[in-house]
Design a protein around this ligand. Sequence first.
Ligand code: PEP
Ligand code: MN
Length: 255
Amino acid sequence: MSNSVRAVTVRDCSIGGPELVVMAGPCSIESREQIFHAAEVVASTGARFLRGGAFKVRTSPTAFQGLGWDGWKLLREAADAFSLLTVSEILGEEQIEGARRYVDLAQIGSRNMQNIPLLKALGRSRMPVVLKRGFGCTIDEWIHAAEYILHEGNPDVVMCERGIRTFETATRFTLDVAAVPIAKKRLGLPVVVDPSHAAGSREWVESLTLAGIACGGDGLLVETHPDPAKALSDGPQAVELAEFPALMEKCRRVA
Ligand code: PEP
Ligand code: MN
């Protein structure tokens, strides 16, 4: 399924080739202990990227906003200790230069998918980018957002389907599985699937993960936390770290 896309290379990792590229970690970097524990378990499963937000876009201004630059330093240290790459959300143009030391793959969040100045700036930066789909945006709009990055001369764009808002409330968002083959065909770029934000509850993460693989996802972006009940963001959808290796086992069997 993957051979019709142009692979995006991040350091030694090719996204869009034969390998199912797993990116996993907590929603937010919370402490040295938390991120190192996550890195150790995530690396043991063959995942390639450690995820973790340091600058968070929260719905409420009183919710945890992330550890900022200190968080990025911890993310880098933990990833390096276990030979992982890093993926983390960049909120603004002013963060890009500084982010290069800490972030290998720059995430554009769902709420920023149509932040045109940020798209253009990341296009000029030539940093590899993972572009999450806006939860209220059509596939067409998502593709145009990617084109803003591409047109600035940056070919290294990975698309991420993370669920859209529909009338359904049983899940947090509705994973639009059709978006995966459609975006791959229309753009010729790799698409990864984020089952966590779509599910909103860890109970549905396994099913949506497997669906993401079945519909041709080139990789996965999954939230996992050592103690989800104590997580400072997105605890209900985080797979417990102790359960994460079993989830990856199932993925490897079907991939
Ligand atoms: C995240 O990855 O933690 C995140 C905030 O995702 P999204 O932008 O898809 O909501
Ligand atoms: Mn999250």
